[in-house]
Design a protein around this ligand. Structure first.
Ligand code: SDX
Length: 437
């Protein structure tokens, strides 16, 4: 306990029950909100802070991604997302997220080669996949595949060995496209296609997704360019649910493959990465722009669990900058495929128009998020709805890896172990079986 202080760099609170003062330091970031350092809160007060859903809690310090939700700003390592999406390839952005700097020409070339020559999966993955039902959701398969990497690549799971950590990071990033494509091929009963080294990252993925042994296949360059930009937009996003899951899993010392498997499992939820699949299903259920008003009404009804999928965000209380770029990419792809009049796009645009004029959405600051348009683009590229969230995995894997790397390399890193507000039974005497009513 401390006396009240006029230290300008702290907060002081009074426990009104005892009149005791408690003072905690304020820590300042480079930009963005300050934080109150509560690390000694329990030791000093005997109480826990209480913040289910972490509405007002900073779980870590990080130098990777910055979001200003009120201004709709997103930056990776200080670079604005629009500049990166319009000027960099996804692998350049991966290099930036992992190292903190954009690559020079040689670094870019070497990193592309590293990704190219680690993209194959152990041949026995064929048999591993055979254990799944063909109708398994690709996300269920990906959860299994990611965790299984630790069984196939045991020479890169020692998290205390920097070389093994780097190899694991490169293997994960290089193999995730192959894993996603093979999960898809398995679900449609087609033979797995091996990565082709002469193609770039996005082209290689499309090639493994859509090539068959019966025909030659060349990835559509417009689709490849659009996909590369979509991967950039989804690459990282500060301490979202799946990234926090990866960090908490990694804090126990679990190997990086297990951590990424945990991240995939968390991203699968419809409130998170599963929203892109839910948006498509919602647009198809609405079926016509004339029915949009009916669904907006449902979304506003407190007694109706229906929510506008692809709308709202914990951090963005302004337009998600990624959603704007996704909408632009969506129009480019639909133009390229001659689907400018895609009915789902018309429904989405009408939904956005009505919602953004409606007081309910204005007051609650609900705007389209990154998932609102992504499904329409994926569908136009030829992906089935079940593959939409796996596409999010493909993109976010680098963010998870970068955040895991930062956590593991933090000398102050400790195992994450939150406490609780206990509302259960107080202590009570045991009741033997023959005495229970
Ligand atoms: C992603 O965190 C990240 O960064 C995630 C992500 C990333 O890149 O990692 O950006 C990716 O997950 C994007 C979000 C995708 N999810 C969806 O599109 C699902 C639909 N959206 C919501 O379920 C919701 O908006 C969340 C989950 C995204 C955010 O929820 P919050 O911050 O917990 O907000 P809330 O649920 O407390 O809602 C606040 C109010 C509530 O009304 P009241 O109880 O205050 O009266 O807004 C309402 C909600 O009912 N509301 C909605 C709504 N979202 C919130 N009402 C209708 N439709 C919606 N979509």
């Amino acid at each position: 306990m401390t006396e009240a202080t006029n230290d300008r760099n702290s907060v002081t609170m009074i426990d009104n029950r005892s009149g005791k003062y408690f003072t905690f330091p304020i820590l300042h970031g480079t930009v963005g909100p300050d934080v109150v350092d509560f690390r000694r809160f329990y030791a000093e007060t005997g109480m826990f802070s209480y913040d289910p859903g972490y509405m007002s809690t900073g779980s870590c310090s990080s130098k990777i991604t910055y979001i200003d939700g009120d201004k709709g700003i997103l930056r990776y390592r200080g670079y604005d997302i629009v500049d990166l999406a319009e000027n960099c390839t996804f692998l350049e952005v991966c290099y930036l997220l992992l190292t903190g700097e954009l690559p020079n020409v040689k670094e870019k070339h070497d990193f592309e080669d590293t990704m190219r020559y680690h993209s194959m999966l152990h041949e026995q993955f064929h048999r591993f996949l055979d254990g799944f039902r063909r109708d398994a959701h690709p996300m269920a398969i990906l959860c299994g595949m990611a965790g299984a990497l630790a069984a196939f690549y045991q020479d890169s799971i020692d998290i205390h060995d920097p070389t093994q950590r780097m190899i694991a990071q490169h293997r994960l990033l290089a193999k995730i496209p192959t894993m996603v494509a093979w999960a898809y091929k398995y679900s449609i009963g087609q033979p797995f296609q091996y990565p082709r080294n002469r193609l770039n990252y996005a082209e290689r993925f499309l090639d493994m997704m859509f090539r068959t042994p019966c025909d030659s296949y060349e990835p559509n360059p417009i689709f490849a360019k659009a996909l590369d930009r979509i991967l950039v937009l989804h690459a990282d996003h500060e301490q979202n649910a799946s990234t926090s899951t990866v960090r908490l899993t990694g804090s126990s010392g679990a190997n990086p493959f297990a951590c990424i498997a945990a991240g995939i499992a968390s991203l699968w939820g419809p409130a998170h990465g599963g929203a892109n699949e839910a948006v498509l299903n919602m647009l198809q259920e609405i079926g016509d722009p004339s029915r949009v008003g009916e669904y907006v009404k449902k979304a506003k009804d407190k007694n109706d669990p229906f929510r506008l999928m692809g709308f709202g965000h914990r951090v963005y209380k302004n337009y998600d900058p990624r959603a704007r770029l996704m909408a632009e990419t969506c129009r480019e792809v639909l133009d390229a495929t001659g689907n400018r009049d895609e009915p789902l796009l018309k429904i989405a645009m009408e939904l956005e128009r009505i919602a953004l004029e409606d007081d309910y959405f204005i007051e609650k600051k609900l705007y389209p998020n990154v998932d609102f348009y992504s499904g329409i683009v994926f569908r136009a590229i030829g992906l089935p709805v079940a593959m939409f969230t796996p596409m999010f995995v493909l993109a976010r894997a680098v963010g998870w890896i970068a955040q895991w790397k930062e956590m593991i390399e933090d000398p102050d890193q400790k195992i994450g172990r939150p406490r609780q507000l206990y509302l259960g039974s107080p202590g009570r005497p045991f009741v033997p079986l023959d005495k229970r009513g």
